[in-house]
Design a protein around this ligand. Structure first.
Ligand code: FAD
Length: 636
């Protein structure tokens, strides 16, 4: 087992280093920058065989500083907490210049610790497109076993299943394996949720299906959640990290933000931060600069440290900070690097570009208190009672997030053409689901709406639409050359006209779902209880509908594509083995590499990307035969 160098290599009797030469205090085979969803999957898989040493550097704390993360009902307390980055977008040109809060997990486990708990894989067609666009080995048939491998399904443990449970809490056991990520169903389900499922089916024609995780993403059913059998969140921290944490070849540091990547320079024998100079590890010269380590701040001591990666640096800092780290380290668009005075290592105009995301907007309706979970959060007493129910008996509304029952609708080619959305067909997005409908048993989202003010003595439900074929693209740009400053985040929602067409169309479908008697029976007042927008927006007034959509849009939190896996000439930053173009020894493995957004929420895809990334790294470094070892019962 290779020894680590935890101590400073230099002592008083060694000659001082050249000024531009980093002092690597530690050495590992792999250094992973970012201990989030993907980062901790990699940490687990790369230390599994015992052949490699791995350092994970995570900017945020342990998630246990915000214990609300573990309970489904505690989800409402995470935004703005110590485990959220507190990002804001730039003013959104097509949303009335609104600045949006953009949530991102900031702890070990990253956004898998703070997300909405919904788990689904999307359509086979999407992954087949990943492959067709120049990424062999990423088609559905190849990646499906990796989805299975990472997950384990927990059947509901309620002794007597309700009618709803029996009808809609369904799953196909063959779609899940014995992996560290646990899946199951939320506990408490308000009756209105069933109304939503039936309304999706009868009003909009979305089929009720047994399972959405088999490669066909069209359908509606009760959602699969990242919950364990005790209804606690299963994140990459709870699953992948806990399984691996005692391995002696894994070192995980939280409160350790990465500040830059060190590169070797093939034309020189030195190593420097930001790619100025260096030599490769074994002294051989290479045609390309090689990532040889990272710098980071150890926040427990306040000291800046530098860790050497003998084999590779892996960046897993998510859609905003992965491209930011590449850029401040010298890989990015020329103008962007020049703007902040970063010396280039490799100019690639695609870094930070092509930001692809889903956004949502909702309509809200007054509801019977028992059909909603509004009351749970309406007073400290109510919340304490709900928490007691959860922690003492595992019952009550705190056993559920506010909503993870979603329906996915596919529009026919004729319908897309008829509404003026030919661009979606042209973009190759005809054979997948097009609109996601989400049910929330509360007022959602939490932003103020100019149409109605939620009142403390009323209960609400909300139904939400999200286009799964959004064509607008945004970007990430640098504010400064420091990782301490948040990047400029511009998702650019509704820049593309077709997104507006889809918004108007899905608004009308939302109303049809709400007005269907199966759901309307749980509402209070006229117009199926609709208070936002209510009568201010007529069914046939496209302009007013679009205005409403623009006023109520927030992110669906699926930012991706800023370090796309595509040929460089087609907009790519990483190749099909997730290696960054133009340099050696550097991969990016997280949501930022996704080249075509899945037609669903993207957590499952991120776990799959990390599983595949780990497989490829092990293959490239000769760590094969793992399955053989498993068969022989070798344990690590
Ligand atoms: C509020 C919210 C709700 C969501 N809901 C759902 C859902 O219900 N279902 C679903 O499928 N998807 C959902 N998503 C999306 C999904 O959770 C994310 O796409 C996915 O978790 C991203 O994984 P990642 O590994 O790419 O990034 P992350 O998990 O965000 O990990 C990146 C990590 O890098 C760390 N980092 C950043 N900068 C540095 C630095 N300088 N040094 C060291 N570390 C750094 C971060 O702190 C973080 O831990 C949601 C996301 C959010 C934010």
């Amino acid at each position: 087992w290779p020894a680590y160098h935890f101590e400073k290599r230099q002592s008083s009797d060694t000659p001082p280093a050249q000024p531009e030469e980093p002092t690597f205090e530690e050495e590992y085979d792999f250094v992973i920058a970012g201990g989030g969803t993907a980062g901790l999957v990699l940490a687990n898989r790369l230390t599994e065989s015992g052949r490699f040493s791995v350092l994970v550097l995570e900017a945020g704390p342990s998630p246990e500083v915000v214990r609300a993360y573990e309970s489904p009902g505690g989800n409402q307390f995470l935004k703005g907490s110590a485990v959220d980055w507190g990002f804001q977008t730039t003013p959104q040109e097509h949303l009335g210049s609104r600045t949006l809060q953009y949530l991102r997990g900031r702890s070990l486990g990253g956004s898998s610790v703070t997300n909405g708990l919904y788990y689904a894989r999307g359509s086979a067609e999407v992954y087949n497109q990943w492959a067709e666009k120049g990424n062999p080995g990423w088609g559905w048939d190849t990646v499906y076993p990796l989805f299975v491998k990472s997950t384990k399904f927990n059947p509901p443990n309620t002794p007597e299943l309700s009618a709803f449970d029996q009808e809609y809490k369904t799953w196909d056991p063959s779609a899940y394996g014995g992996g560290p990520l646990e899946l199951g169903f939320q506990g408490y389900v308000p009756e209105s949720t069933k109304g939503f499922v039936v309304a999706c089916s009868e009003a909009v024609g979305i089929p009720i299906v047994q399972d959405l995780n088999l490669g066909d993403s069209v359908g509606v059913k009760h959602g699969t959640a990242t919950l364990n059998a005790a209804l606690r969140r299963s994140s990459s921290y709870d699953g992948f990290y806990q399984q691996a944490r005692n391995r002696t070849n894994l070192r995980v540091l939280h409160d350790a933000p990465v500040t830059g990547i060190a590169f070797s320079d093939p034309s020189s024998d030195n190593t420097a931060m930001n790619g100025n100079h260096t030599m490769s590890e074994n002294g051989t010269s290479s045609a390309l600069p090689k990532a040889v380590g990272v710098s980071y701040i150890d926040q427990r001591t306040g000291f800046v440290r530098q860790a050497r990666a003998r084999k590779e640096v892996i960046v897993s800092m998510g859609a905003f900070q992965s491209p930011q780290l590449l850029m401040v380290s010298g890989i990015g668009p020329q103008a962007e690097l020049e703007k902040v005075g970063v010396e280039p290592v490799h100019i690639n105009e695609n870094v930070g570009q092509h930001l692809n995301d889903h956004s949502v907007f909702s309509i809200m309706a007054r509801a019977n208190p028992e059909s909603s979970t509004t009351e749970m959060s309406s007073s400290p007493d109510n919340l304490q009672a709900a928490q007691a129910d959860f922690y003492d008996n595992l019952t009550g509304p705190y056993t559920a997030p506010s909503g993870i029952t979603n329906g996915f609708q596919k529009l026919s080619a004729e319908e897309l053409q008829q509404i003026g959305a030919q661009a979606i067909i042209d973009a190759g997005l005809a054979n997948q689901s097009h609109i996601e409908y989400l049910f929330e048993s509360i007022w959602y989202p939490w932003i103020p709406t100019p149409y109605y003010t939620a009142l403390p003595n009323e209960s609400y439900i909300s139904i939400t639409a999200s286009s799964m074929v959004q064509l607008s693209r945004g970007h990430i740009m640098l504010r400064t050359n420091s990782m301490s400053d948040a990047p400029l985040i511009n998702p650019n929602y509704y820049a593309d006209e077709t997104d507006g067409i889809m918004g108007i169309h899905s608004f009308r479908y939302l109303r049809e779902i709400l007005r269907h008697p199966a759901l309307a029976q749980f509402t209070v007042g006229e117009n199926a209880g609709e208070v936002s927008p209510g009568p201010a927006v007529a069914d046939d007034d496209d302009e007013a509908i679009l205005e409403y959509v623009r006023n109520n849009t927030i992110p669906n939190w699926h930012a991706s594509g800023t370090v796309q896996m595509l040929p460089e000439e087609d907009g790519g930053v990483v190749d099909p083995r997730l290696r960054v173009y133009g340099v050696e020894g550097l991969r990016v493995i997280d949501c930022s590499i996704i080249p075509v957004l899945p037609d669903v929420n993207i957590l499952a895809a991120v776990y799959m990307v990390a599983e595949k990334g780990a497989d490829m790294i092990r293959e490239d470094w000769g760590d094969v035969g793992l399955d053989e070892k498993r068969k022989r019962g070798v344990r690590h």
